[in-house]
Design a protein around this ligand. Structure first.
Ligand code: GDP
Ligand code: MG
Length: 456
């Protein structure tokens, strides 16, 4: 997904004004890229139509750089589909908070129980894990191992109830359980209450495919323990099956949040987009490896960047937008085109804009192809900016617009007014004349590429 969109956006960025056919071509590329990443068709349709509507609207046609504006819109819409803000866990007013895990077999529930337990414990909670996957005796053992690694206690049914043939219960057609998962869930919560655990994480069983009996079992557990959160765990690599699976769980058990697991693989984010969009439930956490620490709170904006693979470029666009007043930039552009003289007032405005952008060096570091300029800046004393500004501020309005008229006595006055040596004023005027020449050349040559507010 990323590679494809990166190429699309690269093409787009080279454009100035966008025509409707540019926008259509871009949207076609985005649609292909999303389908390629296994995003479900209805989600793709909804997404691209939202983008088209905004891209053809005023915010793009009036933008300083329409192409960048489209990229920004795509990002914003992605973040919105992924849930906008990160949602935090709903904690019960009267502990324990009960969190139930649901999902297909192999999706990563048991592993997640340990990760979530450790994460909560690190925050000062006292979680208890409950082994309510009684389809296989090994599932209980696995949770115990996971709990030990996480340093979190586990409630499991007595082994004596599990091994013997007598203990096998029929909990629906073809579904054999080693014990009653509903009863075990209830007992686990009782134990948590008795031992003052403030959070209970209930691990449940799943099949490789959606299975009516196990779905019913999960629904029964939910009904019995009324959890504060039901987290649906889904393997990010599942691809097109994500929608069907998520819908089945939403209908069968319903859930309050989603956990994306195995995001450490080369999952392309399609499942995330589909599940969040189709179910309307927020993605809350991501699992990014087999170890107990490979766990993160899910950030929609970071996932969007991962999908778009644009990294800091978006931050850069936003900073530049904030820094450059549009009207001011338009005025600069007009001056360029009219080949009018660049004055010290323009110079001051530009310096103010550059300062507003925050650390100039780090910003240039984010811009592709700006390495050389950055190296020059490394030699630049940032206080130099302040001295230059002081000198310009000591000039009269006449001097600012007529730099060539600044003679010896004016130079001495400016130096005195700004507390610098006359030689510094001389050097500033020299550099300014050079800059003016350069600006003229650029105006004829088509502008500074990549510089917001400059034609190019
Ligand atoms: P469950 O059947 O839903 O309980 O799934 P498990 O927790 O047993 O996980 C199934 C397999 O996926 C195990 O081999 C886990 O080690 C592995 N697994 C779980 N989460 C992740 C993850 O985030 N990344 C990777 N690479 N593997 C994972
Ligand atoms: Mg399991």
């Amino acid at each position: 997904l990323s590679d494809r969109l990166t190429a699309t956006f690269k093409n787009l960025r080279h454009k100035g004004r966008l025509t409707e056919s540019d926008i259509n071509a871009t949207i076609r590329d985005i649609r292909l890229a999303l389908l390629d990443a296994d995003v479900a068709l209805p989600v793709v349709k909804q997404f691209t139509s939202a983008i088209r509507e905004r891209a053809l609207g005023a915010e793009v046609s009036q933008a300083l750089n329409p192409a960048q504006q489209v990229v920004k819109i795509v990002n914003e819409e992605l973040v919105a589909i992924l849930g906008g803000q990160t949602r935090s866990l709903q904690l019960a007013k009267n502990p324990p908070t009960v969190i139930m895990l649901a999902g297909l077999q192999g999706s990563g529930k048991t592993t997640l129980a340990g990760k979530l337990g450790k994460w909560l414990k690190d925050q000062g909670h006292t979680p208890l894990l409950v082994a309510a996957d009684l389809q296989r005796p090994n599932a209980v053992t696995q949770l115990e191992v996971v709990g030990e690694r996480a340093g979190v206690p586990v409630y499991a049914p007595e082994r004596g109830n599990m091994g013997g043939h007598d203990a096998v219960l029929e909990s629906g057609e073809g579904t054999r359980s080693f014990g009653d998962p509903v009863a075990v869930s209830r007992q686990g919560i009782e134990q948590a209450r008795a031992r003052q655990h403030d959070v209970v994480i209930v691990d449940t069983a799943g099949r490789l495919a959606v299975d009516a009996n196990l779905m019913q079992q999960a629904a029964d557990i939910r009904a019995a323990i009324s959890p504060d959160e039901v987290l649906f765990v889904i393997d990010a690599m599942i691809g097109q099956a994500a929608v069907e699976t998520a819908q089945a769980f939403q209908e069968g058990v319903d859930f309050t949040g989603v956990v994306l697991s195995k995001l450490d693989g080369d999952a392309r984010g399609g499942a995330a987009l589909s599940v969040a969009s189709i179910t309307g439930r927020p993605i809350m956490f991501s699992s990014i490896g087999e170890s107990v620490k490979d766990f993160e709170v899910f950030h929609p904006d970071r996932m969007a960047s991962r999908i778009l693979d644009m990294g800091d470029v978006l931050t850069l666009i936003e900073q530049a937008e904030k820094a450059f007043d549009r009207a001011q930039a338009a005025e600069m552009q007009r001056k360029f085109l009219a080949e009018e003289d660049f004055t010290f007032d323009d110079f001051l405005n530009q310096m103010a804009a550059i300062k507003k952008m925050g650390s100039l060096k780090s910003m240039l570091g984010m811009m592709p192809g700006m390495g050389q300029m950055r190296a020059q800046l490394d030699n630049l004393d940032e206080r130099e900016f302040d001295r230059v500004e002081a000198m310009v501020r000591s000039m009269t309005p006449f001097e600012r617009t007529h730099p060539k008229q600044i003679n010896g006595s004016r130079r001495a006055r400016i130096a005195k007014g700004s507390g610098v040596q006359v030689s510094e004023v001389n050097s500033l005027l020299e550099r300014f004349t050079d800059a003016q020449k350069m600006m003229k050349q650029l105006a004829r040559g088509g502008g500074i590429p990549g510089m917001p507010g400059m034609p190019g």
